[in-house]
Ligand binder design. Sequence first.
Ligand code: GDG
Length: 461
Amino acid sequence: MSGRLIVISNRIPTEAEPSGGLVVAMHAALCNHGGIWIGAHPEVTEAPSSHLEEIGDQTSYTRLAFRIAQREHEEFYLGFANSVLWPVCHRRGDLVDLKRSFETTYGEVNKRLARLIMEVVEPEDLIWIQDYHFFPLASELRKLGFEGRLGFFLHIPFPALGDLGALPQTANLADWLADYDLVGLQTRADVARCLEMFRAQRRAEVMLDGRIKYGARVFSVRSFPIGIDVDTFVKAATEGCDSADLGDDLKEEYIIGVDRLDYSKGLPNRFRSFAQYLEKRPNKDRRVSLLQIAPPTREEVTAYRQIRVELEELAGRLNGQHAELDWTPLRYIHRNIDRNLLAKLYRGARVGMVTPLADGMNLVAKEYIAAQDPEDPGVLVLSQLAGAAEDLTEALLVNPYDIEGMAEAIAKALDMPLAERKRRYAACMTMVDKTDVAIWCKSFIAALEACEAPLAWGTVA
Ligand code: GDG
């Protein structure tokens, strides 16, 4: 690679050796290539910063942070990013909270960040921008004269054409995306939706080789399904204690769910389907519990407070109806759990339930598979609306709106013969290996490097 790699993401790790899939992969890519990682400082300040601050003390690459002011946190992060773009991309137009100040501040933060990036970037650098917080960043960088290669990866679903109407007019996704050289999406279905949006634009032409011509620009849209750091996860699941050390309660059969408490993750329907399974199970002596880990997230946003109240009410009702003097069927933990413990909890679970209503990929599905014992694997019940369903076709696929169907899938998973469990696990594990996060990272960077220099195309139209 000729230039340096410059990664931009909203979150940036503060420890020298970060943990957690995506962050680890970026860290590894930057250690290999050298370069700079730029992100928002975890501490919000009174006034926005007008410079980048160096954080961390790693030597192979540089970490730079920009500070977000409290008002920006509310209007850019909680506001436009998570109360407009997130619901639109997750098919929840009803939850969109449109305020002029949100779109203005979103634009301002992207503009300011572009100016800060221009202070450190060199023409031959490769810039890789992560996620919906920064859709307009390429346009801002181009306005400031950056002509080098710019890549973008969207971690969440690409919105359907019909849902784009819920965005304000200033949010023109087609204009924003066309200033990148490579737009990476999670799945083939996301690419199809993105191309559908461009086909509906008079200025756009989808060329025979799949690239898009948009005014004077030509760029590519491709899928790069993200995955997990497989080796590290398998190690975490198998080393140290065995599942018998997890406590007396977890010696019984259990189903596991692990999700940030987000309305896109389909938790109320999961609880309803578990309640229905309990009601209909033929053998009332069989005590299978559901362990749901749901750490808090974005609690300042009303829709997130509402989903928490709804879930707590459902959990109370479920246990009220089905608990016995010596048994609690639903264990609901609204806290963050240590990652190594999480890996072991996955391994001990007979069933993994991943049932979002919409999800870019869903790494929990891949983590559950990677954590299994190949000789006696559990069964993954997976929503057909998660991006992961495109890869993990041998999971038990369910429609997360179909409560009865999910209750039946739980029963089927719990009774599945060993040979079928092994066959399904092996097929899923092959896909988990194929999409390891290091492969994801390398293939995106290689594809971005292979993009033709943008200037050559500037002369075409
Ligand atoms: C976005 C997209 C896409 C969860 N609870 C705990 C915990 N987790 C970890 C999981 C997993 C990660 O958080 C969640 O990743 P997901 O992929 O499931 O979901 P999002 O956070 O919504 O991520 C998604 C992803 O970006 C990557 O592109 O797949 O579609 O929405 O790793 O294990 N980790 C620990 N304790 C917890 O309590 N340690």
